[in-house]
Design a protein. Structure first.
Length: 103
């Protein structure tokens, strides 16, 4: 999840998701956005298949907001006004704090 926060921060540098060179990593921030989305999808899959790791109610609420609202579409809903990276990072931190293991 930390990597998703980092990728999203890169994607939204300058307060928007922009393309300097289409398809070029580091120059096409839609790729960075999609990478962040994919890292969260991978975390979701790990949570789904792991019988020993769960999210608390608050952690689940933060994670669901990330997956369903902020990263609900392949590209950001409004590339010129994305959700601030600080808000995404705070939601990821809430989800991480909500991780619990069971025996």
């Amino acid at each position: 999840m930390d990597t998703a926060a980092s990728e999203y921060a890169t994607a939204t540098e300058g307060g928007r998701v922009a393309v300097q060179e289409p398809g070029a990593p580091g120059k096409d921030n839609f790729i960075e956005y999609q990478d962040a989305r994919d890292f969260l999808a991978a975390a979701n899959e790990l949570l789904r298949v792991s019988p020993k790791v769960e999210l608390t109610a608050d952690g689940r609420a933060a994670f669901d907001k990330l997956r369903n609202e902020i990263f609900g579409t392949l590209d950001p809903a409004d590339p010129s006004r994305p959700v601030p990276a600080t808000e995404v990072k705070a939601l990821i931190e809430r989800a991480e704090r909500g991780l619990v293991t069971s025996n």
